[in-house]
Design a protein around this ligand. Structure first.
Ligand code: NAD
Ligand code: MG
Length: 396
């Protein structure tokens, strides 16, 4: 029997991180926890370290690292605790790590995820923002390394499962006409457009089908999540934005589809539980138990489909524009969105102003090529500064 694979979980205290640990713990013969990272929820990280006894843990600040290491040693757990981005990159690229779950939220995950790719790991990508920001560079790093990239986003994991093994030859060469990216429509799918300006962070975070972190919950409510996923799909599957069609499917049972030239449409179905794509990517090409209950189609009864409403969800249109513009435009879009979502969660702006800020930033910045990581990080910094200027100009 082979030795268990050593798994680093970046963003272990988050929604995806916890689901990953749930699946990993079901298969102690296959997987061991190598490293766990957390940013602010230190008590939760400590509890996870006591259960999983990782070789490494990573926190944001050196003082917190010292304290956590002491507490763990006191409990007989010999975890080495590192700090900061350097620590994240170290556990992502460590020679003894086999699998890296990239589940940090936002641009903060870019360097650690790239480190895992460059070090040739099996990289499980939940952190879509990293790929959206750095698309071409990220995919080039993947080609230059021996890494295997497996999508965790349920839609992209579904598309991956519906594509033939040799899809990297090009979608047209394998007979694909379109990718159908499904979207639940979020909590405001039926809210009258004129009421959207008064929705609260609590309402935005109450997703009808999925339980997720706060940032992606707001992105789902604004449909920026689908916009980021459109860009993500273009990079992962080498698709033109026009080859990706967004379809609203309120039940979230079909996780996406691939439409072939002969008229066949392949779909992947399942209960809306992220442990399914996580288990798929951990074990691929094998299949393992994920703890997700079997799909009961008779209970679900109906599957519905609608076209997305661009008026109601301008973020989706902005993301498509950024995908078509290319270069650093997706990095600008992503950074402006991160600042705007934070401001909305902190109650400084209205929900509808998220799109206003992003449009303002995209209109104000000239864009340009994303030839290096420096180009991408500079665009990210410019967009954040422009978004903050918008906030102060409007007294927020
Ligand atoms: P979350 O907010 O629940 O967890 C985020 C994790 O990132 C936490 O462990 C936190 O400590 C860590 N983190 C936050 N800021 C950090 C920083 N500056 N530096 C280092 N670590 C930091 O988020 P989530 O819902 O688990 O989402 C994680 C990623 O997975 C996101 O990119 C999201 O888009 C993607 N994703 C999530 C889901 C889902 O169902 N939750 C589905 C698809 C994709
Ligand atoms: Mg998704």
């Amino acid at each position: 029997m082979e030795a268990p694979l050593q798994v680093t979980v970046l963003g272990a205290t988050g929604s995806i991180g916890l689901s990953t640990l749930d699946v990993v713990a079901r298969h102690p013969d296959r997987y061991r926890v190598f490293a766990l990272t957390g940013h602010s929820r230190l008590e939760e990280l400590r509890a996870l370290c006591l259960i999983h006894r990782p070789r490494y843990a990573v926190v944001a600040e050196p003082e917190a690292a010292g304290l956590l290491q002491e507490q763990l040693a006191g409990a007989g757990v010999e975890t080495r605790v590192l700090a900061g981005e350097g620590g994240l990159c170290e556990v992502a690229a460590h020679p003894d790590a086999d699998v890296v779950m990239a589940a940090i939220v936002g641009a903060a995950g870019l360097r650690p995820t790239l480190s895992a790719v460059q070090a040739g790991k099996r990289v499980l990508l939940a952190n879509k923002e990293a790929l959206v920001m750095s698309g071409a560079l990220f995919m080039q790093a993947l080609r230059d390394s021996s890494a295997t990239l497996l999508p965790i986003d349920s839609e992209h994991n579904a598309i991956f499962q519906c594509l033939p093994a040799d899809y990297a030859r090009g979608l047209a060469s394998v007979g694909v006409r379109r990718i159908l990216l499904t979207a639940s429509g979020g909590p405001f799918r039926q809210t009258p457009t004129e009421q959207l300006h008064q929705v609260t962070p609590e309402q935005a975070c109450a997703h009808p089908n999925w339980s997720m972190g706060r940032k992606i919950s707001v992105d789902s409510a604004s449909m920026m999540n689908k916009g980021l996923e459109l860009i993500e799909a273009c990079w992962l599957f080498d698709a033109h934005p026009d080859q990706v069609e967004v379809v609203i499917h309120p039940q979230s049972v079909i996780h996406s589809m691939v439409d072939y030239q002969d008229g066949s449409v392949l779909a992947q179905l399942g209960n809306p539980d992220m442990r399914t794509p996580i288990a798929h990517a951990l074990a691929w090409p094998a299949r393992i138990d994920s703890g997700v209950s079997p799909l009961d189609l008779l209970h679900i009864g109906q599957l519905q489909f609608q076209a997305p409403d661009d008026e109601r969800f301008p973020c989706l249109r902005l993301a498509r524009q950024a995908a078509l513009a290319g270069g650093v435009a997706p990095a600008l879009l992503n950074a402006a969105n991160e600042v705007a979502v934070d401001a909305f969660l902190d109650r400084h702006i209205r929900f509808t102003e998220i799109a206003t800020i992003i449009a303002d930033v995209l209109g104000a910045d000239p864009g340009g090529p994303a030839a290096s990581l420096e180009d991408v990080l500079a665009a990210d910094a410019r967009a954040r500064a422009l978004a903050r200027t918008w906030l102060s100009r409007h007294g927020r």
